[in-house]
Design a protein around this ligand. Sequence first.
Ligand code: CA
Length: 420
Amino acid sequence: MFSSGRFGRRPQSAGRFVAATLLVLLLIGLAGGNDLARADTDFATWLADFRAEARAAGLSDATIDRALAGMSPNRRVLELDRHQPEFTRTFWEYLDNAISPERIAEGRRQLAANADLLAAIRARYGVQPRFLVALWGLETGYGSFLGDFPVPQALATLAYGSRRADMFRSQLIDALSLIEAGDISPGRMRGSWAGAMGQVQFMPSTYRRFAVDFDDDGRRDLWSSVPDALASGAHYLSEIGWRGDETWGREVRLPEDFPWVLADLSLELPLAEWQRHGVRRTDGRELPQADLTASLILPMGHQGPAFLVYDNFRAIMTWNNSSYYALAVGHLADRLAGGGPLQGPRPAIGRSLRFQEVTELQTLLAALGYDPGEADGLTGPRTRRALRSFQTEIGVPADGFPTLDILGRLRTAQNGYSAR
Ligand code: CA
């Protein structure tokens, strides 16, 4: 309830607040200006040092000048690099966003329109067309958004000012090598703020090692040549363990008494073993009798959908180290081939935990005597293992999946523990 006194003081407080805010903004502005001036000087020094390294790596002065002359750091790139999302999407939020009906329809159209090309690529690299088109769809909407950051500037900015400076420095050398080789001019080398380029969003190191000139025009052009882009994607997949005679995995149905501790990407069992644990296809039929090993993953814990994933799933995670991404690629590929939507439930677990909540969860687990590792706000293998132990202790399914509900139970357990 607001008191009248509070309303009475409000205009004055607001006036003070505005004045104080203006002063703070002014100070921030001055400090920011100094920072920027200093940053520009430091950047010039950094750039001179980098030019020497690029020369030592065998790049010509002409290439270095064309790519780096007159460059200053890109502030937007630094902002994006420093931005930490408050919390991530749940699996269903991610999937619904990644795989719209429009994306499925356009993917089917592209699959048909490029059938001959995709068959030729499959003959050379052994990658099934539906997976290439699914990757293409998720990376750039089938070539419709390639990113518009100038890549040499973005990479130089990150090599200068990011926490992962060494990695970006090496990517910048690779980007200059592509320019030197005549694959692309510096002006046309545009991409994501982190330097991913072209229709399948290759980083320069991947581009340099795996891009191919599939249309035989003498240049590897992943921006405007669909044959070059899709063949390069297939070449890369073939080099990171893709199996052309296998699929990615499948959605499955689990029995209620399933041993939840087995659901972990680091654990692989033969299909026959999963069959013995009661794992079935979503329509209830038995698993295929193939000599395969698979991991079982639960992207929303035991209340959500379940998937058995094979070697090709791991290849997709090598392409982009995210299990949501790999599931989206696999599922979109199935949809492009005529498959239906996922069958698994959409559990009402609320939103994903915020960074601070995962940190709290880790702190609570440690206080209760479990070993979740460092309280870093990330649900890694150790945190999952500790969470499973806690879940086993209190008699709930040990899926190692952090939810608001389990955080509440940890708080309660800690209060009881402190009271003892
Ligand atoms: Ca070409």
